[in-house]
Ligand binder design. Sequence first.
Ligand SMILES: Nc1ncnc2c1ncn2[C@@H]1O[C@H](COP(=O)(O)OP(=O)(O)O)[C@@H](O)[C@H]1O
Ligand SMILES: [Mg+2]
Length: 256
Amino acid sequence: MRTNATLVINPKGGSGKTTVATNLASYFASKNIPTTILDYDPQGSSLNWLRTRPLQAPKIHGANGAPQKTGLRTVQMHVPPNTEQLIIDAPAGATGMLLHEMLLRAHSILIPVAPSAIDIHATANFIRDLLLKGMIRQRNIRLAACANRVRSSMPVYAPLERFLASLSLPMLGRVMDSDVYLKSAETGTGVFEMEFAQSAAERQQLVPIVEWIEAPQAKVDPRIPQPRPSLLASLPGRGDLRVITKSIPAFLTKAS
Ligand SMILES: Nc1ncnc2c1ncn2[C@@H]1O[C@H](COP(=O)(O)OP(=O)(O)O)[C@@H](O)[C@H]1O
Ligand SMILES: [Mg+2]
């Protein structure tokens, strides 16, 4: 069976990449699906989380994709060939070759977004830059966002939702700000592995993300944005780049 690779990425630290990545991996592992987390972050938070997992917890393989000080990659980067769900935990601010390498592995990109205007702005710019790379379309990589650390009555996501909608990209729901995730981080246990009554709301909010990851690629291909030439225009000050000005809010078309 083919490995389905999901890259969890956001340019900002603290947006919830590791929280979402570890919880998704433990969901698949709890369903007896061979699962690997590939941690590209030199901080190794996902790999640390795996080390704190109870011995009896379903096995999740940990692979280390972070560039080593020697510049060499290690055998620890190996992803077992029987892996069905590969969750890639990205470091903050990944660019260049590292970003390229992660994109080459990914079938889907999931972007958790924290409820801060600065993070939302950075995320929208990041999505714009990803779409400009072309690799997303050439390789039919799916892209979706999810709000993270949501507290009630937070209108802060409205601009991001409009931005995503204008590109026909899904917002896969809202993950609440909850102590259950702090417990998950401390104990190496995913919310789907905790007592149901303790984590019912948290599970429910992750379901749309799980379903999106499990959905056959063909089902979502039409949602991949296919910019038409008529929608493209040069980005001010960056003549070699082109953006979808009709779809992207004005604040994003300013050269950054
Ligand atoms: N939904 C949430 N509810 C409560 N705490 C959260 C939530 N998401 C993340 N956190 C906490 O916020 C901090 C940063 O999250 P983390 O997943 O490590 O972000 P990133 O990997 O993007 O840097 C961690 O301490 C984590 O436990
Ligand atoms: Mg992290």
